[in-house]
Design a protein around this ligand. Structure first.
Ligand code: PLP
Ligand code: COI
Length: 361
């Protein structure tokens, strides 16, 4: 294994030791196989390549200060992949196959789970796609399920520092009755041009408005949007956004802080009334937002007057990270502690024996 500078990791691809794969043929799933190649041999007529019959997931494993590896809410990702599969007529990956795949790939690549001190993590990317030959527009006769892993640092290079976002009116990511609630590649292809435009204008990413009325806040690039006003945690309800597992977790943690949680439509003009706003997701964790620009309407909404994340976003971020890394108890059973791949506990920070909720392996 090549030496990795863990603290310098960004959200980029690094080849790891192996990935796992299973195939759906003749109506049933094969056993998992392990591959050390990061390539596929694909049929030129695979539906994934022509018609975007493809879905993916993203989840993370963290190394605690006790040296153990903790996987966050994998069951939710298994469920969401099943939902995406149903949405574009692919066979569901059974939860047990998903479990075996993610546990096996982490075990095989445990040396790539970054050390506690680095603040980095191991990102798991499950994928499901139509790999059989079809030329008409119809579901594939065969499917491939793959899980590979990549050690990663922050998604936005700013990490937990506030970023600027651009409201886009020229592009939609997904339509109200389209595929926005599924984690399918087409939604991300549809986001590339607007993202490039945001980058060219010096913004971290775009905020999409609802595609029908262009009135309500939808999503924030590849992350959900949330806002804090006084004792309220407010996040969009929309039929074109992905239901974020991070956002769901933050809603629970906000309630734990005694906050009221509201999931509802958020008109753009309400932005001016919020104390804090942010983007949240597995890759982004929480990305506080310092400015939202609506070029077309000549409006700018500013937050983080001192240039730092607001107090509530900071508390939520710290609480979530503490559960993920095993620094705090996990009262919700979100974390699965792996029974393999343990490294020596960090010498300055001895392990807290009382923390792990579930150990497997
Ligand atoms: N929205 C979009 C479009 C995403 O790609 C993601 C990332 O997965 C999210 C929201 C956040 O979801 P989660 O917290 O489950 O990663
Ligand atoms: C995630 O947060 O897991 C994502 O999938 C976002 C992005 C990298 C596509």
């Amino acid at each position: 294994m090549e030496k990795i500078d863990w603290s310098e990791l960004s959200f980029n691809y690094t080849k790891t030791k192996s990935n796992v794969r299973a195939y759906f043929r003749n109506g049933k799933w094969s056993d998992l196989e392990v591959s050390e190649s990061d390539r596929f041999n694909m049929h030129i007529s695979a539906t994934a390549l022509h018609y975007g019959q493809q879905a993916f997931e993203g989840l993370k494993a963290f190394r605690g200060k006790d040296g153990r590896i903790r996987l966050f809410r994998w069951q939710e990702n298994a469920k969401r992949l099943q939902r995406s599969a149903r949405g574009i007529l692919m066979p569901e990956v059974p939860t047990e196959l998903f479990r075996q795949a993610v546990f096996q790939v982490i075990e095989a690549n445990h040396e790539y789970v970054p050390p506690y001190e680095s603040g980095a993590s191991l990102y798991l990317r499950p994928m499901l796609f139509g790999s059989g030959p079809t030329i008409g527009v119809k579901p594939s006769p065969e499917y491939t399920f793959v899980v590979f892993v990549v050690p990663v640092g922050p998604y936005f290079k700013e990490g937990f520092k506030p970023v600027r976002m651009l409201i886009t009116r020229e592009f939609d990511r997904a339509a109200p009755l389209g595929t926005g609630t599924y984690k399918v590649g087409g939604n991300y292809a549809a986001s590339l041009a607007s993202q490039r435009k945001a980058h060219e204008l010096g913004f971290a990413n775009v905020i999409y408005l609802d595609a029908k009325e262009k009135k309500y806040i939808d999503e924030c690039g590849p992350a959900n949007f949330f806002a804090i006003r006084g004792n309220q945690y407010i996040t969009p309800k929309s039929s074109s956004i992905l239901e974020s597992i991070t956002n769901k977790s933050l809603m629970t943690l906000a309630q734990e802080l005694g906050m009221e949680v509201e999931r509802r439509r958020i008109p753009e003009e309400e932005l001016g009334t919020f104390d804090e706003v942010g983007a949240c997701g597995t890759a982004a964790v929480i990305s506080p937002i310092s400015e939202i620009m609506d070029h077309m309407n000549q409006k700018v909404f500013r937050f983080c007057p001192d240039g730092k994340a607001g107090p509530v976003s900071t508390r939520l971020y710290n609480r979530l990270r503490a559960i993920q890394y095993g620094d705090s108890p996990d009262p919700y059973g979100w974390v699965t502690v792996m029974g393999f791949g343990q490294t020596a506990p960090s010498p300055e920070q001895p392990a807290d024996e009382s923390l792990p909720s579930k150990t497997v392996g």
